[in-house]
Ligand binder design. Structure first.
Ligand code: ZN
Length: 226
């Protein structure tokens, strides 16, 4: 297993997968093993907005009105982020692109950069299992701890182990909301998956099962010679 920069060629890695597939967790777990920076679009937004950069100011307008941040703003942030020294060996991009036009614009941004063709890892999930995982989520009203009635239940049903707080289901975690989110994701992402498949960049990883097992599968794909 490569452990950091040890002569490995620099590379751009993109994690694709539906909400709840564990991309962020896996990106955190694997990026450092290859000396890559972990770029989460959520972190990038918060960073620009808290520093009040021109891109952050632009993003803020859309975020505050509940709108989607335009592609050129996100791409500006990505371009800026991958120019940072910690991306010298490459990076794992998690949360972007989400659409085919974004993927095409990203390819343009990556042109003439040192990382070559990106490796795109698609987190494949069983939608019924994913639905169960997401709809089982309960949040503590007091401390915000997260439980899952199926996979990680509290000791006393409906009560937080730490502070006894009442556990509730966030409106976002209700089944009809999640079904809608997943089907939107599917419609948006199918062309993106096809695009990367056509470019010979796509590797699929089974994202179901224990976290550590999924990490093993991701590491295996990333360690393959190109
Ligand atoms: Zn609690």
């Amino acid at each position: 297993m490569p452990d950091g920069s040890g002569g490995a060629p620099p590379r751009a890695v993109i994690f694709l997968g539906p909400p709840g597939a564990g991309k962020g967790t896996q990106a955190k777990a694997v990026a450092g093993r290859f000396g890559l920076a972990h770029i989460s679009t959520g972190d990038m937004f918060r960073d620009h907005m808290s520093r009040n950069t021109p891109l952050g100011e632009q993003a803020k307008k859309f975020v505050q009105s509940g709108g989607l941040v335009p592609d050129e703003v996100v791409l500006g942030m990505v371009g800026d982020r991958i120019s940072q020294p910690d991306c010298k060996n490459g990076f794992v991009l998690d949360g972007f692109p989400r659409t085919k036009p974004q993927a095409e614009a990203l390819a343009e941004t990556l042109r003439n950069r040192p990382w070559g063709k990106p490796l795109v890892i698609y987190f494949a999930v069983d939608s019924d299992q994913l639905l169960r995982r997401l709809t089982g989520r309960r949040t503590c009203k007091v401390g915000g701890e997260i439980y899952n009635v199926y996979d990680c239940p509290p000791k006393v049903p409906g009560r937080c182990d730490n502070d006894g707080g009442e556990l509730f289901q966030r409106p976002d975690d209700r089944e009809e909301v999640i079904r809608e989110r997943l089907s939107q994701y599917e419609a948006q992402t199918r062309p993106l998956v096809d695009y990367y498949q056509g470019a010979g960049s796509l590797a699929e990883v089974n994202a179901m099962g224990p976290q550590a097992e999924v990490t093993g599968r991701v590491l295996e794909v990333m360690a393959r010679p190109r």
